[in-house]
Design a protein around this ligand. Structure first.
Ligand code: FES
Ligand SMILES: [Fe+2]
Length: 433
């Protein structure tokens, strides 16, 4: 349900509009209230997370007919299913009887295979095929009451598969996603995202910071020289990052590996696991020689490396808390490698180190934002161009008068997650062979 913009929010939205109109050379940080205010948080929920496309997983998680993936978007529990004809559907998991979660995490795995969807509370069942997906199939003991079975179905979300990413949208009025992302699709094509598979996922629930603090941290490499001085910065130095001059709802940047990092034979972790895993087939010289970071507003950032693609989503759970969801993709050949298990373990360890470093920054920034009087007027480096772009996106979505998707014809909508760790700079090249 859309909430009206309260009068108390007007000055904040006016300030957002002013800041979003500044050129990068004079760009400023968002007002601190944008990271703490309850009403602003609600407006973001309505106009950003329920009003745009949100990533909810990867296509390899629902590869075969009957496969399902439990996920969520904009606070709504969802299940993504693949039907017998190969079609994908995003359905609400809220049973239409008395609103039980149809796939409760207490008793069902996050992903698996299903013949049909049955609510475990009173066994109402729902169809999964084609245009009937979500339609009530059976409801026992309901024949003695006046009940319209035909009108009973689970709400469906729009779903687009974009380069292997499962993208959903709650708002029927929002423009399709693919045309908005044609340019990054070309840029990321060498990685063949749709052909990769999930090596592992991780999540940090309840990170004590506004979701934007996490997303912004993951959207610049400038902080490598501080936060990750002895880790990431030795392989992909922040100072060497070149940020592309993209427009609209996405950004990208490229950082060449240092010589040490570029040599797969160099080093390895303490357990002796090599740093580079099975290479993604078909990469060119550029992709093999550095890291690309690409982000899609509102809340998705990807780190693309020669052996893996890691994507992170920051999901608001309140004005000053969020969950961070991490998904690491590798080429399918990697899973057949005898060293795959060691690779995954090394990757997880490495990610943990980086995330803990990021968490220090994310928590620290939120503490700074919460001070009274609130700080304001922070300035950007040219390396923080994605944050400047993000402000324009937010101003576009949150403006009371702007038509939907005014910015580059985009949309809105989202979903939450969790995270007691934070951020997002993807892992270093973790490794195996
Ligand atoms: S709540 Fe689902 S069958 Fe009763
Ligand atoms: Fe980081």
């Amino acid at each position: 349900m859309l909430h009206d913009v309260s009068d108390g929010l007007r000055p904040l939205l006016d300030e957002l509009a002013r800041i979003a109109a500044l050129p990068l050379e004079r760009g400023e940080t968002l007002p601190a209230r944008a990271y703490t205010d309850e009403d602003f948080h609600r407006l973001e929920h309505d106009r950003v997370f329920r009003g745009d496309w949100l990533c909810v997983g990867h296509v390899s998680q629902v590869a075969r007919p009957g496969d399902y993936l439990r996920t969520e978007a904009a606070g709504e529990p969802l299940v993504v299913t693949r039907d017998e004809e190969g079609g994908l559907h995003a359905l609400s998991r809220v049973c239409r009887h008395r609103f039980m979660d149809i796939l409760p995490p207490e008793t069902t795995p996050e992903q698996g295979s299903l013949q049909r969807l049955m609510c475990p509370y009173h066994t109402w069942t729902y169809r999964l095929n084609g245009e009937y997906a979500g339609q009530l199939a059976g409801a026992p003991m309901m024949n003695k009451v006046d009940f319209d079975r035909a009108a009973c179905r689970l709400p469906r979300y729009r779903l687009e598969e974009w380069n292997g990413l499962l993208m959903v949208c709650a708002d029927p009025g929002v423009p399709p996603l693919a045309p908005q992302l044609a340019e990054p699709a070309d840029r990321l094509a060498p990685y063949g995202l749709a052909d990769l598979v999930v090596a592992y996922t991780d999540r940090w629930d309840g990170v004590p910071a506004n979701w934007k603090v996490g997303f912004e941290n993951g959207s610049e490499n400038y902080h490598h020289m501080g936060t990750h001085a002895s880790t990431l910065d030795t392989l992909v130095p922040g100072k060497d990052t070149v940020v592309d001059e993209s427009q609209g709802r996405w950004f990208s940047m490229y950082t060449p590996f240092t010589l040490d990092g570029a040599d797969p034979a160099a080093g390895g972790d303490a357990a002796g696991v090599p740093r580079v895993g099975t290479l993604i087939p078909g990469l060119g010289e550029r992709e093999l020689s550095g890291m690309t970071v690409a982000g899609f507003f509102p809340n998705l950032v990807m780190a693309l490396l020669p052996d893996s693609v890691t994507f992170v989503r920051w999901v608001p759970t309140g004005p000053v808390t969020h969950d961070a969801l991490v998904t690491v993709l590798v080429p399918p050949q990697a899973e057949r490698d005898p060293g795959f298990g060691a690779y995954v373990e090394a990757s997880r360890r490495q990610f943990e180190v980086i995330q803990n470093e990021d968490l220090v920054a994310v928590r620290g920034v939120q503490r700074g934002l919460a001070t009274d009087p609130a700080p304001s007027g922070g300035r950007f480096s040219h390396l923080e161009r994605p944050l400047w772009q993000f402000q324009r996106y937010l101003a576009d979505r949150l403006s009371a008068t702007a038509p939907k998707g005014q910015l580059a014809g985009a949309v809105r909508d989202v979903a939450p997650a969790r995270g007691e760790r934070g951020q997002a700079t993807p892992p270093l090249t973790p490794g195996t062979r």
